[in-house]
Ligand binder design. Structure first.
Ligand SMILES: C[S@@+](CC[C@H](N)C(=O)[O-])C[C@H]1O[C@@H](n2cnc3c(N)ncnc32)[C@H](O)[C@@H]1O
Ligand code: SF4
Length: 393
């Protein structure tokens, strides 16, 4: 078994060695949105130190990507658009000194709309960004106030225009459906506005109530009621149908792109390629193990300054790799490839997957296309339930 695992690792290493991504986590927000449980803090006094620590971590971990060429760089958060051009420049200089970055690499930063002034975008011109992912969530001012966003609908539209005028031709926006008190009609209006903006990509998630968030507490106190399942499903179906009519491809459950504008960075996660995640709470994967940095700004700064450990890691078993592959692939339009399963995990695991998906194929939630298992829109709505059945525990 051990031998099989090692040869599988070697095979995967050989296959994917050439390309890799870098993710930089900027763990700051100017204020916290009610629904969000990502690791971020409202602590601007630590921004300069974190930038220095990120530079240190890049240097400490420069060999993690095994000389791969960097094809994507992604600044996520938190709020990367909180950084100044000089702070971004310091990080970019370090990356370009340490790694070989592909000339046509996709280089994205997440931005909050109210940061994207004409002046700020102007200062970014000297940096290699070629894609923006904007967290808009809704264009409705009442929705935005309820979830404690910093911007208005008008500001969001203006931010998209500012980015386009600054030359960005690859813009993604995040929208959340099923916000408290949102009706199906109101959601349709949000999509209509989004699709009128000449953007290339939409990431859209159904609102989830995460334990410990302000939104979770509001629900506990009966101040908000989650949108019912039937409406959530209708919202999702509308999302799939309207984006399709506007020529967007649903390449993953929550991601829709015009042809050629899928997120290369996220796609590389889904294809289980190498990536290095830098910054507090960032995750990394090197085909053999995954690791995650501590979720503490001050702890991370101290550890990188003193050359102490700031991350934990675990070596992936064959079951872990199978579960990751199935979980990720089922969410993508490409689906689970039975020939990949057979080749990388063997016939026992392939048969396990085939047997457990069968009831869902029989009731129209999934289908087989050649060697691929894919979900229908009705399957997507219960994808979590389907995944439980396909997991190896
Ligand atoms: C961590 S945020 C970073 C983006 C950026 N800070 C912003 O909010 O503008 C990434 C995206 O995850 C989505 N998200 C975060 N928490 C969510 C939740 N509880 N339910 C649904 N979507 C959520 C939002 O669409 C958000 O834009
Ligand atoms: S959604 Fe974005 S802006 Fe809001 S708290 Fe989360 S990371 Fe910060």
């Amino acid at each position: 078994m051990k031998l099989l695992f090692l040869s599988l690792c070697n095979l995967l290493t050989y296959k994917n060695l050439k390309m890799a991504g870098i993710y930089i986590h900027i763990p700051f927000c100017k204020k916290k949105c009610t629904y969000c449980d990502f690791y971020t803090e409202v602590a601007p006094q630590f921004i300069p130190s974190i930038v220095n620590s990120i530079v240190s971590e890049l240097i400490i971990r420069k060999d993690y990507l095994q000389n791969s060429t960097i094809t994507t760089i992604y600044f996520g958060g938190g709020t990367p658009s909180i950084l100044s051009v000089a702070q971004f420049k310091l990080i970019f200089d370090t990356i370009y000194n340490l790694f070989q970055v592909e000339e046509t690499a996709e280089i994205t930063f997440e931005a909050n709309p109210d940061d994207l002034s004409v002046e700020y975008l102007e200062t970014l011109q000297c940096l290699p960004f070629n894609r923006i992912s904007m967290g808009i969530q809704s264009f409705d001012d009442e929705d935005l106030k309820r979830i404690n966003r910093r911007h208005t609908g008008t500001e969001a539209i203006q931010a998209v225009k500012n980015a386009q005028n600054a030359g960005f031709g690859n813009i993604s926006i995040d929208l959340i459906y099923g916000l408290p008190f949102q009706t199906l009609e109101a959601w349709k209006k949000q999509l209509e506005i989004a699709l009128s903006l000449n953007i290339q990509h939409i990431s859209s998630y159904g609102l989830t109530y995460e334990e410990g968030t302000a939104l979770w507490k509001q629900r506990e106190k009966g101040k908000v009621t989650p949108v019912d399942d039937e409406t959530m499903n209708a919202m999702y179906l509308h999302l799939v149908e309207t984006t399709k009519k506007s020529n967007f491809i649903a390449y993953e459950i929550s991601n829709f792109a015009l042809p050629g504008f899928h997120s290369r960075h996220n796609t590389s996660y889904w294809k289980q390629e190498l990536y290095l995640g830098v910054g507090p709470s960032a995750h990394s994967y090197n085909l053999v193990s995954r690791s995650w940095n501590m979720s503490s700004i001050t702890g991370y700064i101290k550890a990188t300054e003193n050359n102490n450990t700031f991350s934990e890691s675990e070596v992936l078993t064959l079951n872990d790799k199978y579960n990751d592959y199935v979980m990720i692939s089922l969410r993508t339009a490409d689906g689970i490839d039975l020939s990949v399963l057979e080749q990388e995990f063997g016939s026992t695991m392939t048969e396990f997957c085939q047997q457990n998906i069968k009831p869902f194929i029989d009731n129209g939630k999934a289908y087989i296309d050649g060697t691929k298992i894919r979900l229908t829109p009705y399957g997507i709505m219960i994808s979590n339930l389907i995944l439980i059945e396909l997991m190896k525990v």
